[in-house]
Design a protein around this ligand. Structure first.
Ligand code: SF4
Length: 351
């Protein structure tokens, strides 16, 4: 599916925006100065499918660590800086691929200007990140003291104009609110106003129980309208879960082509096997592979293969046994305790 045309931003070996695919990202949850641990986490997440990763830069040690980290990873690194513009400059000088700042808390326009000059010199893009929690007094007064989508966008517009006045155009924009509806409205407005790539996310979305649903509800309408060039599904979980969630969402929206889909039935009175442990194990295994296949695990032979006819392969439960089916057609019977192994072998053989 085509994305809304935006300016294309180059980050190391990848391009964000233009008509390029939606990039997947997450954030390290280890202090950035712990170089070895951060590198290991980033490389693990890159293998899992992260296109870029972000780290917090909270002090001088973190900014210095960037120099070592970027040498040992293959995907672009983004630095997240608040309050101290000098850390942003240091991160850029140490080789960061992109920074994220909120001009509202980095020390005013004068300090922002110094960061922009440094970024321009080193060809480092800047994400302007506006959050619902950080609206300034002036913006709130102009918007009846309410945190509305328009308030977020109008503050962002003020910042964007300042960046453009400095002739800086390698901009990415994010407008985050924890309200799903405000976020959708803000990004729709932003996509009409700005020619820059948009980073989509619902901030403070919660853990996997609430956050997945909230992020899917907020991001899906936008992505389907062609809005959004990179996503983060923020969860109070390990970053691995965020990357897998991004891949699942994009796969279901046909915006990602190389990740498996799992179908499983909700079970009912006809179910004669213990389906959930099998579904959980296969889900775990599918998270590790990059193949555009659909696998189904269904509770009964009567309806299972038919209900999952679009699956490339699958299992349907009987009494102490399963049948293996491919594209809705039954292939053979398997004993219940061998089902997992047989299915994984078949998945392995799929191209
Ligand atoms: S596939 Fe069979 S067991 Fe599963 S919900 Fe449908 S009818 Fe029930």
């Amino acid at each position: 599916m085509l994305r809304e045309q935006t300016r294309a931003i180059h980050l190391r070996n990848i391009v964000m925006g233009g008509s390029n695919q939606v990039l997947i990202q997450s954030m390290c949850n280890i202090k950035t100065s712990k170089v070895a641990e951060v590198v290991a986490q980033i490389n693990r997440l890159a293998a899992l499918g992260a296109d870029l990763m972000r780290v917090s830069i909270m002090d001088e040690e973190d900014a210095l660590a960037i120099k070592e980290i970027v040498k040992q990873i293959k995907i672009p690194l983004v630095g997240d800086i608040h309050f101290d513009y000098r850390l942003a400059i240091k991160a850029i000088e140490n080789g960061i691929d992109k920074i994220r700042i909120n001009p509202g808390n980095i020390g005013g326009f004068e300090k922002t200007k110094l960061v922009i000059e440094c970024a321009k010199k080193h060809h480092v893009p800047i994400r302007i990140g506006v959050n619902s929690g950080s609206l300034d007094r002036e913006t709130l007064l102009l918007n009846d003291d309410k945190v509305t989508a328009h308030a977020l966008v109008s503050l962002c517009e003020k910042y964007v104009k300042f960046f453009e006045k400095q002739e800086f155009f390698d901009i990415v924009i994010s407008l985050k609110a924890s309200s799903v509806l405000t976020t959708i409205e803000a990004y729709r407005e932003a996509s009409k106003l700005f020619p820059y790539p948009l980073h989509l996310g619902i901030t403070e979305a919660g853990n996997s129980k609430t956050g997945l649903l909230r992020s899917a509800a907020g991001l899906s309408p936008l992505l389907l309208e062609g809005i959004g060039n990179t996503i983060r599904i923020s969860l109070t979980e390990e970053p691995e879960e965020e990357i897998i969630a991004c891949k699942r969402l994009l796969t279901d929206l046909n915006l990602f082509t190389n990740f498996p889909r799992l179908i499983s039935c909700p079970t009912c009175g006809r179910t004669a096997v213990d389906l959930k442990p099998l579904v959980d194990r296969v889900t775990e295994e599918l998270e590790k592979i990059n193949k555009p296949i659909t696998v189904a695990i269904m509770g009964c032979i009567v309806n299972g293969p038919g209900e999952a006819h679009q699956a490339d392969l699958g299992l349907a439960g009987g009494k102490n046994e399963f049948v293996l089916f491919k594209k809705g057609q039954i292939v053979r019977k398997i004993k219940a305790d061998e089902a997992l192994k047989v299915l994984l072998d078949e998945i392995d053989k799929c191209q």
